[in-house]
Design a protein around this ligand. Structure first.
Ligand code: NAP
Length: 258
């Protein structure tokens, strides 16, 4: 059995997920990275290996149950263990008022943002139970605060938070944490700026434009490092909680001596 912890990270082809994977590799964990886009995933794996890290890519749609099982199999075949799962993959569209939203688009968002997380956690559960492992669910402030025209996304993140709490209640051997990662400079913010103007109220839309223009969006590496620390070190006592990436107790995890 390898001494190196292994973490599966979904939505790792870009944005926050890629930053979480890089941070985990820097700390010394092996990573299985997954998303639909094989080319950026392979580039990420090459980068991590070039820096003497350990990584393996699985290209697939996270709403397809076979993707989750392929990730777990890849972790076991390549690294011999699964210590944590980071459910990071998500989409924000449809950006539409509830009166107008297309039911199929709503269903698709739930398949990715909620079911995808359930499937990956479920597939890894036997390993996580054995190792006292962790499930980190990347949530959002939108889980607890409605944003007009983001109804599907807000509802999916509220569902993810309750999935997190239910998992913690049912599985005392593992640690399940939902985390608010802040407002981050990723391609998801590009989607909001490009597609939000029609349906979002002008004042809400303007807030996202101005965060970008004023360079107030977080670099992905900052919450990425905090989430990597949660995946490797979050204490069992926190299981079921919804934490913020920038809480002092989270920052302390990454700096405590091991
Ligand atoms: P992003 O840049 O859009 O990246 C999303 C990732 O999810 C990509 O790697 C994408 O890869 C993957 N993904 C999307 N659909 C998928 C599917 N069907 N199957 C597998 N992978 C899929 O988003 P981000 O900003 O980094 O967001 C990461 C997480 O942080 C999300 O959970 C998001 O809700 C949360 N969050 C972000 C912000 C923010 O300000 N950016 C704020 C709060 C919360 P492929 O397209 O290659 O599949």
């Amino acid at each position: 059995m390898s001494d190196t912890p292994c973490v599966i990270v979904s939505g790792a082809s870009r944005g926050l997920g890629a930053a979480i994977a890089r941070a985990l590799a820097q700390i010394g964990a092996a990573v299985v990275v997954t998303a639909r886009s094989a080319v950026p995933l392979d580039a990420l794996v090459s980068d991590i290996r070039a820096a003497d890290g350990q990584a393996f890519a699985i290209a697939g749609d996270i709403s397809d149950p076979t993707t989750a099982q392929r990730c777990v199999n890849a972790a076991l075949d390549n690294f011999g263990r699964v210590d944590a799962v980071v459910n990071n993959a998500a989409i924000i569209e449809p950006i539409a008022r509830l009166a107008d939203v297309d039911a199929e688009a709503w269903r698709r968002l739930f398949d990715v943002n909620v079911l995808g997380a359930v499937l990956l956690a479920q597939a890894a559960l036997p390993q996580l139970r054995e190792r006292g492992g962790r499930v980190i669910n990347v949530s959002s402030g939108a889980a607890v605060r409605p944003i007009r025209a983001w109804g599907a996304y807000c509802a999916s993140k509220a569902a993810l938070n309750m999935f997190n709490a239910a998992l913690a209640a049912e599985e005392p051997q593992i640690t399940a944490i939902a985390v608010r990662p802040g407002v981050i400079d990723t391609p998801m913010q590009d989607v909001i700026r490009k597609r939000g103007a029609d349906a979002m109220p002008p004042e809400d839309y303007a807030r996202f434009l101005s965060l970008h223009e004023a360079r107030q969006l977080l670099p992905p590496a900052k919450p990425g490092q905090a989430i990597a620390a949660l995946a490797l070190y979050a204490p069992r006592a926190w299981s079921g909680e919804f934490v913020s990436w920038d809480e002092p107790r989270v920052a302390a995890l990454g700096t405590e001596a091991r």
